[in-house]
Design a protein around this ligand. Structure first.
Ligand SMILES: Cc1cc2nc3c(=O)[nH]c(=O)nc-3n(C[C@H](O)[C@H](O)[C@H](O)COP(=O)(O)O)c2cc1C
Ligand SMILES: [Fe+2]
Ligand SMILES: [Fe+2]
Length: 391
């Protein structure tokens, strides 16, 4: 086990070959499930467990380190990637008490069938002494479930933040603290975009709360820990701010290339006007990359061909995901091509109902774009560029 402070040890596991999370989120390089041991002079606490498939690895680590007594298992979040090995750990340490908040206890009982007698329920700010070390629980819901909480080791100024501030970035014990690393920043952004962005307001609130605590160590449950908390806190402040960047994201789908001609032209026209553009072909793109660009985008333009009187199903799927992620974009438009009739705009606007966006004029054309159609695209680009000047 890697020693982090005199009292805190890392006992998590790596999952390099996992390629999909929650059957939705691509993992380009795998992830980790972080579990930590806090050893006090009198009691020992395990902070979270690991993904069920990896239970044996965690157990082996604890056995190899000669840990023959665990008094408390702290569950900061009920999702099974952290709580899923609880039954195996309780089998090994039958005297251990599961310490968590009321909501998380409810989830664990329902999802893992852990007996009620095993739990100690704590409330916000409550402390638990391990002897020379004190744990304090900070109830912090909605990053990203209603049950999430943080655990603070007061003497070490170390905060376990569960999924919050994590990254799907498989670190070996050698490079586990890589504050400031460019690849890590990308992984943390992808993770924020996919998992935390729908809860942007909560994220901003907790970043503030953590700054006020003046912590020395931030220990999330995926990816590396931070002994330089400012790096990740500064980054989160930027991502969660209300101000988007001069960026247009264009997710699109085109069956016979007409819509594609429109979006390619729109990209070029916007770039000529000094606006950055990211195009995503919804049939081929990695949804994580699209989500990452949505963190900063000021405008979203959906491109689609008309299919069976509405948007192409891939555009509906993309719009549904965008709506669920609730990005901070301020403007929205649709470009597309049809053959005889239908309505793409209303359906897309309806699906994107969560977004607080101003709808700009659309460019919906018949068949392959003509010169007049490209002029309309130029007008849309002009409008977007003008709007972006006042961001
Ligand atoms: C399976 C299929 C269904 C279609 N349904 C409609 C429709 O309901 N209404 C319509 O106006 N055009 C419909 N079209 C025609 C396309 O919208 C039209 O050809 C458009 O120009 C295609 O744009 P694209 O080249 O970007 O794919 C359909 C085409 C296909 C292949
Ligand atoms: Fe989670
Ligand atoms: Fe997680």
């Amino acid at each position: 086990m890697k020693k982090i402070t005199d009292n805190i040890f890392y006992c998590g596991v790596e999952h390099h070959d996992r390629r999909l999370f929650d059957q939705l989120v691509p993992l380009p390089c795998g992830t980790t499930y972080n579990s930590y041991l806090v050893k006090g002079s009198e009691k020992t606490a395990l902070i979270d467990t690991v993904y069920p498939e990896k239970a044996e690895e965690l157990i082996n680590k604890l056995k190899e380190a000669g840990i023959n007594k665990i008094d408390y298992i702290i569950c900061n979040h009920g999702e099974q990637d952290h709580s899923g090995s609880l039954n195996e750990i309780l089998e090994l340490y039958p005297a251990a008490t599961v310490v968590t908040n009321a909501k998380c206890k409810e989830f664990i009982m329902e999802m893992l069938h852990v007996d009620e007698s095993k739990f100690k329920v704590i409330t916000d700010q409550e402390t638990l002494s391990l002897g020379n070390v004190t744990l304090q629980f900070l109830i912090s819901p909605w990053v990203h479930w209603p049950d999430t909480m943080f655990t603070y080791v007061i003497e070490d100024k170390a905060l376990f933040t569960t999924d919050f501030l994590g990254a799907h970035y498989p670190t070996s014990e050698k490079n586990i603290d890589k504050s400031g690393d460019k690849e890590l920043t990308e992984a943390a952004k992808r993770y924020y975009a996919e998992i935390m962005m729908p809860f942007r307001t909560f994220c901003a609130k907790y970043v503030k709360k953590i700054r006020d605590l003046n912590v020395k160590y931030l220990l999330p449950s995926h990816g590396p820990y931070y002994s330089n908390p400012d790096f990740i806190l500064d980054t989160y402040e930027e991502w969660t701010s209300d101000t988007p960047k001069n960026l247009v994201v264009i997710p699109y789908v085109s069956m016979y290339g007409s819509t594609e001609l429109l979006v390619d032209y729109l990209k070029q026209s916007l770039e000529e006007k000094g606006v950055e553009v990211k195009l995503f072909d919804l049939v081929k793109s990695d949804v994580g990359e699209l989500a990452m660009e949505l963190v900063d985008a000021a405008t979203i333009v959906v491109g689609t061909s008309m299919v069976l009187a509405g948007p192409h199903p891939s555009a509906i799927n993309g719009a549904y995901l965008i709506n669920a992620l609730r990005p901070k974009a301020k403007y929205f438009s649709v470009v597309g091509s049809y053959g005889w009739g239908g309505n793409m705009e209303n359906k897309l606007a309806e699906i994107l109902g969560n977004l607080k966006v101003e709808k700009l004029n659309s460019v919906i054309i018949k068949g392959k774009p003509t010169n007049d159609d490209f002029i309309k695209v130029d007008e849309l680009a002009e409008k977007i560029a003008e709007k972006h000047k006042s961001l």
